[in-house]
Design a protein around this ligand. Structure first.
Ligand code: SAM
Ligand code: SF4
Length: 364
């Protein structure tokens, strides 16, 4: 059965459910297939995105997230512009090729203008060579356009789960946390011209294997360019923590995430897939395992060390006490061991996006 499914040209929902339910022995076949497809379509290059988590101030209250507005058990921070620019400069001089600017969600003119200026300054300090991904949540069409014009060309906005029902269980029921608005933002980002990335958390309370199969089909139907997904990790100061005993074990959540990545690589062979930090929070070489079976992007944390502990989405966040340069050396060694090659000074844009646009142009 497994061989028959893995040899099909298109996987349907039942096939995906079957693959997600595979036992350990049979999962090896799934991973062999995803490795083969990865090597054939995008090769073994790994691209860096220096991650700057510049502020943990957030206006939202997602039930799973440690930096939600209602959690007062930690210190809020907001890097200064010059701290952010110094981190970007570090990524530039260390030949990372790209950065990701991420923070809690803030919607205000002041915030929009600040990001716009920072984007322009980052482009200037890097002679226009540093690629910039942003992950700043739900914003208006006007704001998305402003930031795109200022130089951001990729945007990460996880749908978290494609099931409206589950989405509503893990978010407060109010206008600030609407499933339809999140979907609409993904549509706006695509229309603006960004390379669009989305993703889900794997192993959420109430989540079923069917939900996860639907998540993968959702990503395929949305025709995403990039994906960042990782295991859900409970945080004691959040409302979802009360379901702790109902969760899969961290190991099972980890393996399920590996299967999600492998299947996504099979159904979307040339998109960019990130090996998320949460993988490493469960397994010390979790990101390398993800790279091996299908991921091709890694996001070394280059936030100044003093602030890293306070971007506490979940407990046991890795690399919170290493200087960015140590982090780079350690990653380099690990990635080489995993048989991949780091592509320094390259943007590593999604091949899926590039090909889509080439095809569009050739039709004109
Ligand atoms: N505020 C922006 C947003 O929500 O899109 C960007 C930052 S937010 C911290 C980035 C991602 O962290 C979310 O999309 C969510 O999937 C992930 N995250 C939050 N809490 C988590 C948890 N407890 N376990 C795993 N991932 C989590
Ligand atoms: Fe804020 Fe993002 Fe965390 Fe939700 S997931 S509380 S929007 S930082």
């Amino acid at each position: 059965m497994i061989d028959k499914i893995l040899n099909k040209t298109t996987l349907d929902r039942d096939d995906i459910i079957f693959l997600l339910n595979l036992n350990t022995n049979d999962s090896t076949k799934l991973f062999e297939k995803s490795i083969e497809i990865k090597n054939k379509n995008i090769g073994n290059k790994v691209y860096f995105r220096g991650l700057i988590e510049f502020s943990n101030i957030c206006e939202k209250d997602c039930f799973y997230c440690g930096i939600r507005k209602s959690n007062s058990n930690f210190k809020r921070y907001n890097l200064t512009d010059s701290e952010i620019l110094d981190s970007a400069k570090f990524a530039y001089t260390e030949k990372y090729g790209s950065i990701v600017l991420q923070s809690g969600e803030i919607s205000s003119c002041k915030f929009t203008n600040r990001i716009e200026n920072l984007l322009r300054e980052i482009k200037t300090l890097s002679n226009n060579t540093l690629g910039v991904t942003i992950s700043l949540g739900e914003q208006s069409e006007k704001t998305y356009k402003k930031w795109f014009k200022a130089g951001a060309h990729r945007y990460l906005l996880r749908i978290e789960t494609s099931s409206k029902d589950l989405y509503e269980k893990i978010h407060p029921k109010n206008k600030k946390h609407s499933f339809e608005d999140r979907l609409n933002c993904l549509k706006l980002l695509k229309e603006t011209g960004y390379q669009v990335g989305t993703g889900v958390m794997v192993g959420l309370p109430f989540q079923t294997i069917e939900n996860l199969a639907d998540d993968l089909l959702f990503m395929k139907n949305l025709d995403i360019d990039m994906c960042g997904m990782g295991p859900y990790i409970e945080h004691e100061d959040t409302p979802l923590f009360r379901y702790k005993t109902k969760l899969l074990s961290p190991r099972k959540r980890f393996v399920l995430t590996l299967k999600m990545i492998a299947i996504l690589r099979i159904i979307m062979p040339n998109i960019n897939i990130a090996a998320s930090t949460a993988m490493q929070a469960i397994d010390p070489i979790g990101r390398e395992k993800a790279l091996k079976i299908g991921a091709n992007i890694i996001m070394p944390n280059i936030t100044p060390v003093t602030f890293r502990n306070d971007y506490s989405l979940y407990k046991n966040k890795p690399c919170t006490n290493e200087e960015a340069s140590d982090c780079k050396n350690c990653l380099e060694a690990r990635i080489n061991i995993a048989g991949s090659e780091i592509a320094y000074n390259e943007w590593g844009d999604s091949l899926h996006f590039t090909n889509k646009h080439k095809n569009k142009l050739s039709q004109i």
